[in-house]
Design a protein around this ligand. Structure first.
Ligand code: AMP
Ligand code: MG
Length: 353
């Protein structure tokens, strides 16, 4: 049985809400699993120093054991116990962006169980910028290992209802709160390499990072398809990810060509009895009138698109879409994170027009 508790952000300092967070922290200390909100997506947490507790995360999600987890901390003092050799560049990123949506891969100490790192000698660490997450970790008094709180392969949850759909009766507790503001998983950067390597794009962009520490590299798995046997720096990137139930196609190109192609594909599928759902930017909604359309957000507001993306993919499931047709995005700034997730959700199905 899963205990579901609602926490009101505006009343976080009240005795009632404090007691709820304390109870959740006790669950973590007892080796149980607790889903909690973060500013990126909801996380499925357990005591990050307890290998047995961490295993429960993998079981609940159906996550492959070779895909390592991120340790979430509430205070830089927690780093001492879990990482060594923190470079000056890593310290600068922490100072600039923590708490916030960037995860640093660092050298681990022997205190971090192999279950967390999938046997690697590095560990991924983040200080989340969400008051409930920070208070929970602080009350637990230890790093909390937490991947996204979805069944492995599905879109990450940005609302409590998504978590309940995936994990009710599979975890010990779910903390339900407001929607995740950012909506895509954190940026991941490997700080053990010189120059550092961006492993996953997210809410903190390459340009923002380079403004603080200078030139970094982008791992090629971000923009191109990984061959199954190729060595992967970020093991998570090799799995089918962020996927809606239906087949999905991205259409890239100049505005009018893109619209024409999407309509052609929608008509073709609808005529065969395959329900087409279109994911479109706000300014193209009119062009798709009469079709089943979900609004991603304004094309000049990637933050809005990030915040809506997973909710749209889950909506396609509840609408029983037979095929999803989406506009494709670019690779500059925040669009890199959007494209990275969309391309994986679409299984690399991109049509250029
Ligand atoms: P999730 O928590 O589901 O958002 O996934 C965490 C991501 O961080 C995955 O893509 C992992 O492969 C990546 N990750 C975690 N630990 C490491 C590590 N030690 N080295 C490289 N990538 C990591
Ligand atoms: Mg995930």
């Amino acid at each position: 049985m899963t205990e579901i508790i609602n926490i009101e952000l505006s009343r976080l300092d009240s005795i009632e809400e404090t007691a709820k967070i304390q109870r959740a922290a006790d669950f973590i200390k007892e080796g149980k699993t607790v889903v909690f909100p973060t500013e990126t997506v909801y996380g499925l947490g357990a005591n990050g120093l307890d290998g047995v507790a961490v295993k429960k995360i993998f079981i609940a999600k159906g996550r492959p054991a070779d895909n390592p987890l991120i340790l979430h901390i509430s205070d830089e003092k927690m780093l001492e116990n879990i990482v060594t050799d923190i470079s000056e560049a890593a310290k600068k990123l922490m100072k600039a962006f923590w708490p916030g949506p960037i995860t640093l891969v660092l050298h681990k100490t022997g205190n971090v169980p192999d279950e967390v790192t999938a046997g690697l000698d590095t560990v991924a660490v983040r200080m989340p910028g969400h008051p409930i997450a920070l208070r929970l970790i602080s009350a637990a008094g230890k790093p909390v290992a937490a991947p996204s709180a979805n069944i492995s392969g599905k879109p990450s949850p940005t609302e409590a209802s998504h978590v309940i759909e995936d994990l009710d009766n599979k975890v010990d507790m779910i903390i339900a709160a407001n929607n995740s503001k950012i909506g895509l998983e954190s940026t991941v950067i490997d700080m053990t390499l010189t120059p550092p390597v961006l492993l996953r794009p997210g809410g903190i962009t390459k340009d923002q990072i380079e403004a603080i520490i200078g030139k970094i590299e982008i791992d090629k798995s971000i923009t191109s398809r990984i061959q199954e046997l190729e060595a992967v720096r970020s093991p998570g990137m090799k799995y089918r990810h962020y996927s809606p139930d239906a087949k999905m196609i991205l259409v890239r190109g100049e505005k009018q060509n893109k619209i024409k192609k999407i309509i052609e594909l929608a008509d073709f599928n609808n005529a065969k009895g395959i329900k087409a759902v279109i994911l479109a930017t706000t300014e193209n909604l009119d062009a798709f009138r009469g079709y089943e359309v979900l609004r991603l957000g304004a094309s000049d507001d990637p933050e809005e698109i990030m915040a809506n993306l997973y909710q749209c993919l889950r909506k396609c499931n509840s609408m029983k879409a037979g095929i999803i047709l989406s506009e494709a995005f670019g690779e500059d700034e925040l669009e890199l994170a959007i494209s990275n997730r969309l391309i994986r959700a679409a299984g690399y199905n991109v049509i250029e027009v």
